[in-house]
Each structure stands twice: as structure tokens, then as C-alpha cells.
Design a protein around this ligand. Sequence first.
Ligand SMILES: Cc1cc2nc3c(=O)[nH]c(=O)nc-3n(C[C@H](O)[C@H](O)[C@H](O)COP(=O)(O)OP(=O)(O)OC[C@H]3O[C@@H](n4cnc5c(N)ncnc54)[C@H](O)[C@@H]3O)c2cc1C
Length: 356
Amino acid sequence: LAVHLAGTCVDHGGTVLNYMQVTGLVKSRIGSVCGVMAEDGETGDSYTLHARCVVNATGVFVDEIIRMDEANSRRLVRPSQGVHIVLDRKYLQSESALLIPKTTDKRVLFAIPWHGRVLVGTTDTQMDTCSLEPRALAEEIDFILFALKNYMVRPPGRADILSVFAGLRPLAAPDNDDHTGTKDISRKHYLQVSSSGLVTITGGKWTTYRKMAEDTVDRAAMVAGLERKNCRTEDLPIHGSVADVDDHDSLRYYGSDADDMRALVSRHPEMGKRLHKRLPFSRVEVLWSARHEMARTVEDILARRQRALFLDAKAALEMAPEVARIMAAELGRDQDWQRDQIARFTELARGYFPAN
Ligand SMILES: Cc1cc2nc3c(=O)[nH]c(=O)nc-3n(C[C@H](O)[C@H](O)[C@H](O)COP(=O)(O)OP(=O)(O)OC[C@H]3O[C@@H](n4cnc5c(N)ncnc54)[C@H](O)[C@@H]3O)c2cc1C
């Protein structure tokens, strides 16, 4: 969804950049925020980008950007880690999800059929620091496996986990003190404009992204002094949207782009082959994502375009050399690049196997 939202932005005339880290804010003589300084993660080149309004939507990292604006500002976000495990489908042989309404820490736990596997989660662990690559804690995995013991006929053990991954929820807690537990903090979104005009959006949910976007863009337009227009997001189809979806088509997630992908396969039949026997992903998806979806690394493909790493970490590791080969041919990279990419991905994937 995130990739297709970026595609929607481009379809409507926007420009999107990845691997471009904001390192500072640009301010005018009267102290208004009027741009950002950014560093290209691939070349190390620095840029100054001017704008009438800057929106800070950096998830758990919003406070870092806010401090570039006001060095002594109070912490806005409380990071809460959530862990999911992925199991073989045999553990939930149903089209329906299982909801455990009250776990020992008085939360809910879900087991959901997901891409031919079962997704189980989640936890709520308050964190003091934020990492770009958060790791599941051993006790979080134990907690999930323990909760399943009472509900599954054949409860899974650690060795049955196909992948385990962690994420950080950016919980907006402008009024909460540091002692409020993260599970008691509201999941609503929070929008603020600083005295120098930096617009920050945080908190909220994936499911409410359109409402979050509408509130943010309306406020940003006001800050930038743009003409008032009615927001169109509520009914705006996203990139690739199609009326009918064939549930048996492995390229269905690409929507209308799938036609162009099939045309590529008819010109290069080897691109239609699967990358791994346990997963439905084919070679053409690697080519497509490198050519049209700004994928730059093996990790981009296996974690952020095809989600193979989340479905079956071992299979993803086995796919890495072929993915590197296809990307290298498309992006004009050499053997050293392929070796480096495989090594980096192997190191990353280690974190997706539960430690015994
Ligand atoms: C465990 C877990 C469970 C969840 N469950 C649900 C659920 O049940 N329902 C639901 O709707 N949502 C759920 N969510 C989603 C969640 O609630 C948020 O909506 C989402 O994680 C935050 O999105 P975001 O866009 O604010 O931040 P992110 O997705 O983190 O995006 C922030 C982006 O900013 C970039 N960035 C950071 N710093 C910089 C910088 N200096 N320069 C440039 N870029 C930068 C980051 O690289 C990242 O791409 C869950 C999330 C987690 C982790």
C-alpha cells in the first residue's frame, strides 16, 4: 500500500525521493521553516531543498526533526514496540481470524490468515530508544507462544516460526507523563504546527491514513498560504486500482500494473519463473520494482516490495542471490555490488529467525 501511495503521488504530479535523509531545517531571516537539508544515502551528496511548507511525518523519529526546529522541545512521541510471528497455515485452518480477547497483560491477540500463512500478534512494549531495525525481544516471542497454548490444538514452538518481526508504533503523547504505560496511550493522530511553521503529524493508524493526510494537507496549505481547495482524498483511487481482482492471480497486488508485467514476461519468458518454491513471487516482480518502484537494494525487494522476509525468512535468504543478479543487470551494478548486497541481506535476515 505504501508503494502504491507513493505511485499515486507521482501520478498526480508529485516528486518522491527515497534514501534521502533530512539532516537539518532551513530557516528564513525571520525564523520561518522554508526548506530542509538532506543527504543522499547512496552518494553521500548533500542538498538544500526549499519549500513553502515542510511536513514532518517521520513516525517514531518526529522528535528528532522537531528538535532541529526547537532544540529544547518536549518529547512528543512514545515508541511502543509490537512483535508479530508468522506460522505455517496448518496452525489455523480457517478463512476466519482468531481473536483472543484478553491476554495476561489485558490486551487482545490476533491470529490472522495472511498470504498463505498465519500472522500472530502483537505485543506492546514501551521503548526508550528508536532503531531503524527494531528486533523482537525473547520475552515478546515467549508471550505470544504462551498465549497460543490455550487456544490451538497443536500449539507452535519456537522452531515452527517462519519469521518474526518487530515494529515501533509512534504513539502521540503530548500530554502524558513518562509514567503512563504505552497500552494506555490513545492511538489517535496528533497534528501540531510550531511557531516557525513546521507541521508535524504523528500517532494514528494505517487504517486512518486518509483522514490523517486530509487534516495534514489542509493545515499545510494554510501554513503555505495556498488557495483553499476541497480535499479529494476520500474517494481518490490509488495507483493501480482495478474494479475486479482475480484471487488466483499471483500478480493481483500490482492492480493495473500487472498487464505491463505480463507483457514483460511474454517478451522474456524466463521472467515468469518463480524465485522460490515456497513463495509465489516471480522474477518479473524484481525487474518491475527496480525499474518502476524505486527499489535500490535486495532488502528493498525482499522486505519492502515482496514481503518474502516476513513470510518465510529462510526462503528469503535463499532468494537473495537471484534477486541481486536480476537487480544488478537492471541497475548496471557489478559482482562486488551483488556480493555486498547478499552479505548485508544475510546479516539483516538473521534478526527474523527467533533465537533459540
Ligand atoms: C506493531 C504494530 C502494530 C500496528 N497495528 C496497527 C493496526 O492494527 N491498525 C492500523 O491501522 N495500524 C497499525 N499500525 C500502524 C501504526 O499505528 C502507524 O500507523 C504506523 O506505524 C506509523 O506510520 P507513519 O507513516 O507515521 O511512520 P512510518 O511508517 O514509520 O514512516 C516514517 C518514515 O519517515 C522516514 N524518516 C525518518 N526519519 C527521517 C529523516 N530524518 N529523513 C527522511 N525520512 C525519515 C522513515 O524512514 C519512514 O519511512 C501498527 C504498527 C505497528 C508497529
